[in-house]
Design a protein around this ligand. Sequence first.
Ligand SMILES: NC(=O)c1ccc[n+]([C@@H]2O[C@H](COP(=O)([O-])OP(=O)(O)OC[C@H]3O[C@@H](n4cnc5c(N)ncnc54)[C@H](OP(=O)(O)O)[C@@H]3O)[C@@H](O)[C@H]2O)c1
Length: 292
Amino acid sequence: MVGRHLCRILSKRKLRFRALVRPTSDRSLLEGFGGWLIEGDLTRPESLKQPLEGVRQVIHLAGAVRAQDPSLYSTVNTQGTENLLRAANDAGAERLVLLSSDTVAKVDRDAYATSKAASEQEAWRVAREGSLTCVVLRAPMILGPGSRHLRVLQRLARLPAVPVPRGAARRRPVWVGDVSHALLQALQIPQEALPNTAIDLGGAEALSLGELIQAVAKCRQQRPPKLLHVTPRSLTAVAGLMEQLGFSLPVGRKVVSSLTEEIPYDPGPASKLINWEPTPLTSALDLSLNDH
Ligand SMILES: NC(=O)c1ccc[n+]([C@@H]2O[C@H](COP(=O)([O-])OP(=O)(O)OC[C@H]3O[C@@H](n4cnc5c(N)ncnc54)[C@H](OP(=O)(O)O)[C@@H]3O)[C@@H](O)[C@H]2O)c1
């Protein structure tokens, strides 16, 4: 999702780029953007040599985000990032920008968040030891055409009523266009100004899951569902029971337990280093959902 949007911007700016694709990737998503599609796979280090030949800057978006097999998170996100960093260093690249996730800041990390946290550590290690400089951007939920999160939110927004956990934490969903611009800005941060921590990318507004579902409904000009505030414990119990009975819920048990955890957000580095001015939520939703 982010890769497609970034390629569109690179193409508009007439920048020369290669997009790494796997033999199995759906290339039609990148057609017409003027990039050179080149095959490689993060889990096969030898396949990364050719794509990186002569490359000065790397934007690393590849990752396992919804894996059936949980071991893939560490194979692709951690080991794969290490392979890419090593290959970029060997190829003489100057800068690598890694797109990480704000879930790394959670206390109770799942396998995905653990693998992303480890990939950040790997980036800092390489940056300390090699000539490649690294910037890590941490994004919350990214909104854009093709977003999986939005598909779930749209399903929930069509219901007449939605149970939401009381005391749900607030999140700052962010527009994919803002993330793409941030990735390009991060390539330009002068070496002497590079931060040694991740740069948080937060959307313009912070809102709870229930408020977000209602905003999605309004954007689609539907009647917003009624929010039924229940305790996180009872919502977790109901979600668990429904899963055991074989019902496919848009929000599973694990999601419920993570909904109440606040994730720290520091807007300072982004506004100082990459001129971060996120798009308002209503525009981000409109651009994502209304087929512009
Ligand atoms: N979406 C969000 O809300 C969000 C939030 C925070 C951070 N992020 C991070 O942003 C990045 C992009 O996310 P996205 O939402 O754009 O996900 P996406 O649409 O699933 O894109 C991930 C891409 O990674 C590629 N990939 C997977 N395994 C690979 C491998 N072994 N070698 C090479 N490429 C591989 C996939 O290739 P195929 O097309 O061949 O499957 C896919 O194109 C990820 O690193 C994710 O952790 C996303």
